[in-house]
Ligand binder design. Structure first.
Ligand SMILES: [Fe+2]
Length: 378
């Protein structure tokens, strides 16, 4: 058996009340003057307060609450100013994927010379000299709280550059479902569906890793069992806790690689669309494209999703995802998300040239992508 790679992940404080471990996390990472980066919504909903109340009184922290909805170079550079002006020596990222990815970029440029562009173009330039970094996810889906990579947009409507390095692995993650309690139903649905795409694409990838594969199948089961409950009742902490776990499991699965669902997000990256919504809208077309895939992996995904054993697993998985999207009032096409552009040739090019295709068990040709994109676009 050829196992490509068994990655390592940060230590995680997990469960209701885990945010109370922030003092221990700060002590472990030798952070005495943290910069908390977050967004305005989390300040408004009182989530920031919930965190700061748990920070030991002898710790003098600063807050930068202006990370945009999608991570941009400007957002990271502005947070760097706050970091330097306040003499900080470590970062706590409290937020969704945008905040967590911005924190990964910020930790690189706090100590290392040069502008962020340099590292976005060549992440191999990142060294171990990064600021200590604690992640606290406020959504359950991206897995960014534990992964080594991220994406930063040069501008709001330009495609993200990937930032990937073992030195980006957060030092400690604190996953407290309580922090996700106020996440609105639509975002609960969309970010949670991102987690299932990570589990499915990671599991189906060509990179064999039985440990991560078992984790991915469990993550699929968890999303299917709990996402509806978390969507319908945000105070259902059992559902929230299981979704937080599924997000971590998706983060583990990502390390096996992704696939066409995520490659498609590159086709529409010239507009600021929500990532989780985009991938769940894209998933059914890719599952239909995979229908009939050699081996039994699609069948195992279908079983993990609670579907009966049978033929045409790819098609049946697609239908199940469409059903879930419909039940949670998610859009069914990219047009319904407000995407207005028409340049099909450029979309095909951007999807088919994406690195996300590399580990795919069946790589769409340009002709395949034309059919898939026409379906996804609507
Ligand atoms: Fe994703």
């Amino acid at each position: 058996m050829q196992v490509r790679f068994l990655p390592s992940f940060p230590p995680i404080f997990f469960g209701l009340g885990a945010v109370g471990k922030i003092g221990e996390a700060l002590a472990t990472t030798n952070i005495t003057k943290p910069l908390i980066i977050t967004d305005k919504g989390l300040v408004e909903y009182g989530v920031l307060n919930h965190l700061t109340e748990s920070i030991p009184s002898n710790i003098d922290f600063s807050v930068f609450d202006d990370i945009p909805e999608n991570p941009t170079i400007l957002g990271v550079e502005n947070s760097l100013n706050a970091y330097r002006e306040n003499g900080c020596n470590g970062i706590i990222a409290l937020g969704g994927g945008s905040v967590l990815d911005s924190g990964k970029a910020l930790r690189v440029i706090t100590n290392q010379d040069g502008r962020l562009h340099l590292y976005l173009k060549d992440p191999s330039k990142i060294t171990a000299d990064v600021a200590p970094y604690i992640t606290i996810p406020s959504t359950a889906g991206t897995g960014a709280e534990i992964t080594w990579g991220g994406g930063i947009h040069p501008d709001v409507d330009t495609p993200a550059f990937g930032l990937r390095s073992p030195y980006l692995k957060p030092d400690i993650a604190i996953c407290d479902p309580e922090i996700t309690r106020t996440l609105p139903p639509k975002l609960t649905a969309a970010t949670g569906m991102d987690a299932i795409t990570h589990c499915v694409e990671g599991y189906l990838s060509n990179n064999h890793n039985p440990i991560s594969e078992a984790v991915a199948l469990d993550g699929i089961k968890r999303v299917i069992s709990y996402i509806g409950r978390a969507f319908r009742n945000g105070d259902d902490m059992e559902a929230r806790e299981n979704m937080s776990m599924a997000a971590i499991q998706g983060g583990i699965a990502i390390e096996m690689g992704l696939g066409p669902i995520h490659a498609l997000s590159m086709a529409f990256s010239d507009a600021p669309l929500h990532h989780g919504t985009l991938v769940t809208v894209s998933m059914p077309a890719v599952m239909r494209f995979y229908n009939g895939l050699k081996g039994d992996k699609l069948d195992k995904v279908a079983i993990a999703m609670g579907l009966p054993e049978g033929d045409n697993s790819g098609n049946r998985i697609a239908e199940k995802i469409e059903e879930l999207n419909f039940e949670m009032s998610l859009p069914s096409t990219v047009r319904q998300m407000g995407y207005k552009k028409n340049d099909l040739g450029r979309m095909i090019e951007d999807a088919s040239s994406s690195h996300f295709n590399l580990p795919a068990p069946k790589k769409p040709t340009k002709e395949d992508y034309k059919i898939i994109i026409e379906e996804v676009l609507g």
